[in-house]
Ligand binder design. Sequence first.
Ligand code: MN
Length: 210
Amino acid sequence: MVKKMSYKLPKLLYSYDSLEPYIDKETMEIHYTKHHQTYVDNVNKILNNTHYSTYSENKLIKDLDKIDIKDKESLKNNLGGHVNHSLFWLNLKLGTKLKGSLKLAIEKQFFSFENFVRLFEEVALKHFGSGWVWLINDLGKLKIVSTINQNNPLMGKEINGFLGNPIICLDIWEHAYYLKYKNKRIEYIKSFWNIVNWEEAERRFLLKNS
Ligand code: MN
């Protein structure tokens, strides 16, 4: 018997209004309870009664190219949506500071934190349409990249043209900012620096590359 799938919305570790004024309460609530929930529900529907229903989210993301399933494009979009949002919520927190080994690595790779911020914002602004901006760790080399739709950097080179472990990520779909920022994507992008969870980023940076 194939086990029934049961991915769940991860618990949010803060209240909907706790990232105000950078992310407003209404956007946070809709984004988490509606958008993210829909990705979770869709992944469960697609995987229900398949061999893949017992795989972890990360294994599915990494093995996506080997998976033989009818709704693969839909699986990629919805699984990516689930995994990316799970990473995104954890990567937000007020009042943390960049320090330690990640600070040194960013300064080494991008010459200064200010230059890193400038490059990240540039990638975010240049990205056309829906997607995500990432700082990734590619075997010790830090890279700023963007992915289309709900693609995740661990989906690999065949799908994205690069591979790496996510360190920080920013959702640049309009649903992530439109209620508050309207067409001013740059203001939303700049507000991100007030709420990056650098403690979580450091933890992810120290994970072994997969
Ligand atoms: Mn989103």
